[in-house]
Design a protein around this ligand. Structure first.
Ligand code: TYD
Length: 395
């Protein structure tokens, strides 16, 4: 049985930054979250049609931060050393931040956002500008045969029909092949109360417990789990085909399952408790920002993230509380935040001496941002974050 536990209200497309001419007719949906007793999978109750989110206007560039560039370079180097794959495929290749570390002639990419697919095609990687599913896997099988390493980062959790996606993986992986994917961790979301991991694109937030149940159905077996710091806490899941062979399992699989069971991720009540904490976080955040505003302070937001779309729309935070959002992404600058319509500008033009307080929309890059903005803190500037609880960061 699927049971709902959280209602984050009417929400827009989280990455759908708007030009002012787009204000009329903006798309909204009910952002509600449910738990499946059978598989332990946490998913949105209502999915948004994928074409509305992943299209030629998609703005999220994986290469935009040093953290992510280094992360994918390290990943590629480690996989090459460990598995020496002669045929590699990435699903959700974005701007090529991962594939660029592999040879063009033995590496293929899948990327439904046309603007990004064009970039990797230009870099010499054959890129299928399509959604990942069983039909596409069949086509790739005909064109290129089975793959030895299939990698996917922050993409599997976007796929609404996850059973179909895993079946497609099983069909395209060689007998000895490895499927490695990484997505935000449900355990970290619950521990950090980072409810803003929930937005339209994240059709599911995975636990290892749920993935173990789902992958088994397709003769796929998790043999290792790595806990990563990126995206506010993610898991990298290593998978092989089981068929009739026995595969060696790393202790990390049992360790993660045990940690998750200890945190109650297999029980509905855990999520009911989480929902109560989310509501408290909202009250405290609005109080904090209003407090600064009533003292005449200038409050902005740092990082125009999908996550902050959830926070602002759920908490009712608009231009009355946040003057503008600063973000380094050129495609977001000059636009407005989805739903709440807060202007987005470049840090060069907006993160200046007039700013007193900045909400940390990109809290997952806290270390990088605090490092970069040490001058802001030294002159008395404050960052406000809601993760793991609402608090002020300053010196
Ligand atoms: P991210 O947290 O990865 O996004 P999402 O919630 O959409 O998955 O995106 C970080 C955003 O923050 C991205 O738009 C770039 C921006 N950013 C800055 O503006 N300055 C910075 O120093 C960093 C690290 C990120």
């Amino acid at each position: 049985m699927k049971r709902q536990f959280l209602d984050l209200g009417r929400q827009p497309i989280a990455n759908g930054f708007l030009k002012d001419k787009d204000f009329d007719g903006e798309f909204f949906f009910d952002l509600k979250v449910q738990f499946d007793d059978e598989t332990c999978l946490v998913s949105l109750s209502e999915f948004v049609p994928p074409e509305k989110m992943f299209n030629d206007d998609y703005v999220y560039h994986s290469s935009m931060s040093i953290t992510m560039r280094e992360h994918f370079e390290d990943a590629a180097r480690t996989f090459i050393n460990e598995y020496e794959p002669s045929k590699v495929m990435e699903i959700g290749s974005n701007d090529g931040v991962f594939v660029r570390h592999f040879p063009e002639d033995t590496t293929i990419a899948v990327e439904p956002c046309g603007n990004f697919a064009a970039m990797t095609n230009e870099q010499g990687y054959q890129t299928y500008a399509e959604f990942w599913n069983v039909d596409l896997a069949r086509k790739i099988l005909e064109d290129h045969g089975k793959q030895e390493l299939i990698f996917s980062a922050n993409c599997m959790c976007h796929i609404q029909d996850i059973d179909n996606a895993f079946e497609a993986i099983g069909n395209l992986l060689t007998q000895e092949g490895v499927f490695i994917f990484e997505d935000p961790s449900l355990l970290k979301m619950i521990e950090r109360n980072s409810y803003d991991q929930i937005y339209d694109e994240h059709a599911h937030i995975f636990s290892v417990v749920a993935l173990n149940n789902l992958l088994h159905k397709h003769n796929l077996q998790i043999f290792k789990v790595e806990n990563l710091d990126v995206h506010g806490g993610s898991n990298r899941i290593f998978v092989k085909r089981v068929d009739n062979t026995v595969i060696g399992m790393d202790n990390s699989v049992w360790r993660n399952i045990e940690m998750e069971r200890n945190a109650g991720l297999h029980k509905y009540n855990t999520y009911v408790d989480f929902a109560k904490k989310v509501e408290k976080s909202k009250t405290k955040l609005v109080e904090t920002l209003r407090g600064y505003k009533s003292q005449g302070k200038k409050v902005v937001s740092y990082g125009a993230t999908s996550k902050s779309t959830t926070v602002f729309n759920y908490c009712g935070i608009g231009p009355d509380l946040i003057d503008y959002i600063v973000d380094t992404t050129k495609d977001k600058q000059g636009k407005y935040s989805p739903g709440t319509r807060i202007p987005v500008i470049s840090p060069e033009s907006g993160f200046d001496n007039t700013v007193d307080v900045a909400f940390l929309g990109a809290w997952n890059f806290k270390k990088e941002i605090l490092n970069k903005e040490s001058g802001f803190l030294e002159r008395g500037g404050k960052f406000v974050t809601h993760v793991p609880h609402v608090r002020v960061l300053g010196v």
